[in-house]
Design a protein around this ligand. Structure first.
Ligand SMILES: CC(C)(COP(=O)(O)OP(=O)(O)OC[C@H]1O[C@@H](n2cnc3c(N)ncnc32)[C@H](O)[C@@H]1OP(=O)(O)O)[C@@H](O)C(=O)NCCC(=O)NCCSC(=O)C[C@@](O)(CC(=O)O)C(=O)O
Ligand SMILES: [Mg+2]
Length: 291
């Protein structure tokens, strides 16, 4: 599983940000050719992003490029960017599975032989995209995640954005459920007030509670807080270890159900504990081979 707790946007027309992106420890970096770049700067940004992919060391961060929508500059973006070996493309304003099919076809036609296949992440930010989320998630084997964009979504709805996010609750739930049904990740919308730490933490906790596996990120100062929310706590890890021990003991005694602190422990609880320990091992929070 690829970690995508944070996916940091870097405007594709900002050489300083593109140069420094690797030092912040984001799980993924999104070199943006879409909304962060004005129409008259698209050509220059495409060249800059291609150059950055070839020359900048982004350390362990996944390299993702947000291309433009199919009805604008997607073809030019794919032709210029795919040969520079990004790990994935973030495809904005995806409305139907055919959009993904078309991008996948263009990517396949551009990839060089022997090149690692470029993954796709579908950004759902329109009412129709939300309505077709599951079909989009299953549209092509390259699709590894659904991401949610609340600003464009609420603009299309004509709904007012609030800090509490009641207006995006149902769309968030659909994105999470559709991604899980298709066996891929879901990534939440960015929190746009970079000076409101408390708000960011609360919004990320809500996203995690709903089932999201990460959050789009717009500023390096947001990374640590988002990681802290998505990382398993020491309390989670201790709980998960106790669950695994309890179920192993029950199994040794011929039972599939255990009891811990008076609560039933069965398969879904064990699966949750295993996920916590898997993530903890991936993050180096517990020793390899423990349990
Ligand atoms: C928000 C702000 C202006 C704040 O500026 P500030 O100046 O206050 O930041 P400071 O913290 O003071 O910066 C301290 C130091 O960090 C450097 N630094 C800052 N940000 C950095 C970064 N991202 N990458 C690398 N470096 C960075 C900076 O250069 C400085 O370096 P230095 O001068 O050397 O000290 C700035 O972060 C920024 O531009 N973010 C990216 C915004 C963006 O990409 N938006 C489009 C994508 S979202 C989108 O499209 C979603 C959606 O699709 C979804 C939907 O639909 O909902 C939609 O449609 O909305
Ligand atoms: Mg958008």
């Amino acid at each position: 599983m690829d970690l995508r707790r944070t996916m940091l946007f870097m405007p594709g027309n900002n050489p300083g940000m593109l140069q420094n992106g690797g030092v912040f420890g984001a799980d993924a970096l999104i070199l943006d050719l879409e909304d962060a770049v004005a129409p008259q700067e698209k050509d220059a940004a495409r060249l800059l992003v291609a150059q950055a992919l070839r020359t900048v060391d982004y350390s362990t961060s996944e390299k993702v490029v947000r291309i433009n929508p199919l009805d604008t500059f997607a073809r030019e973006d794919i032709e210029a960017i795919v040969p520079c070996c990004p790990d994935a493309l973030l495809v904005p304003k995806v409305e139907c599975p055919e959009n993904i099919g078309e991008v996948a076809r263009l990517v396949a036609a551009t990839e060089r032989s022997g090149q690692e296949p470029v993954k796709l992440i579908a950004l759902l930010e329109t009412p129709r995209g939300i309505a077709e989320a599951y079909q989009i998630a299953r549209a092509d084997k390259r699709v590894v995640a659904l991401a949610f964009g609340a600003e464009d979504y609420t603009a299309s709805l004509g709904a007012k954005r609030t800090k509490e996010g009641t207006e995006i609750y149902s769309a968030r739930a659909i994105v999470v459920n559709s991604a899980a049904a298709a066996g891929i990740q879901s990534i939440d919308t960015p929190f746009t007030d970079v000076n409101d730490r408390e708000g960011l933490i609360a919004d990320t906790q809500l996203a995690k509670q709903l089932g999201f596996k990460g959050k789009l990120t717009i500023n390096p100062r947001q990374i640590e807080d988002i990681h802290n929310v998505f990382n398993p706590t020491q309390h989670d890890i201790v709980w998960a270890e106790r669950i695994i021990k309890a179920i192993r003991k029950a199994e040794a005694e011929g039972s599939g159900v255990a009891s811990l602190d008076g609560k039933m422990v069965d398969a879904p609880i064990v699966a949750r504990a295993e996920r916590i320990l898997y993530l903890a091992r991936l993050l180096g929070l517990v020793e390899e081979g423990l349990l």
